[in-house]
Design a protein around this ligand. Sequence first.
Ligand SMILES: [Zn+2]
Length: 336
Amino acid sequence: MNPGRWALAAVVALGVVGCSEDEPTAEPDTGRSASPTASPESSSAPPSGPVQTREPVETETTPVAPDPPRFDKDAALRTIRRLAGRIGPREAASPEFERAAEWVTDRFARLGYDVDRERIRVPAGVSWGIPVDAGHTWNIIAPTADLQPGDPYRIVGAHLDTVPQAPGAEDNASGISVLLELARLAAATPPRLPVVFVAFGGEEPRGDGDDDHHFGSSAYVEAMSGRQRRSLDAMVSMDRVGVGAVVPVCSGGLEPPTVRRSLLRTAGRLDIPAEPCANQASDHWSFDKAGLPAARVGGTSYAEYHSAADRPGVPQPRQLARVGRLMWEWLGGGRS
Ligand SMILES: [Zn+2]
């Protein structure tokens, strides 16, 4: 894949697949015009009517700084209802995945991101007991506007696909819901380092081997240039982040667990219950295998896993908010 893909305009990439009625409305050149600090109504206008000679009262003219934007769990729940409720199961090469991909692309574009899409071949196989055809899937890539080639940056990802039988509310509409919230916050308040947000396709298995899953993230890593690899500060995969009261933070086991450590430090500072773990079952593994610093957030066991019962209602707003807060603080959120 072309290493200059980050620079591709959304309109080019969208044109490849866009065919639905709610076509994304990305304006590639609008940049990040959304005003994060929606200026508070000024009350300093001179009084109208009869001329008054008194000075305006000072206390009434001091603008109040708007609250910094916060994680919105209701918005996260709406994302989960859209993906797992209205769209439903979205196996990587299915039309439903394409619908989900278009919807996520549109969400990023409306936040002001220049969205790129990366097309990936996936093989035929068996996914969680169900035969699946060969086809193609997509990574949806949304970098913050301050990303400059060669500067340190982070990748925050979540997989968008599901196994064929599951609507995937927890696995992994939950991760996508936090991803979109973080992208919204980052559009308003730049994180400490530029971030590339990625909704990965083809994470779920199509066979039993280590080469039979994580197709989107593997292709993403393969396409990274030497410079993009060297300047990657950290990658985090958010995968199943809506159940339980403790946040699992896992490393893949090959590279030193620096990203895990840094996330756990942030959790400690915020008093968010978190536990270290080792795990190779998500997209962070593609990065770890390539010698890149990566971790997974999420992965608590739950009864509805990979079943038709993984519906909206399974992910809990409090856990989504915990993960959202942890990730936003870790990204620097303009505060630390
Ligand atoms: Zn998953």
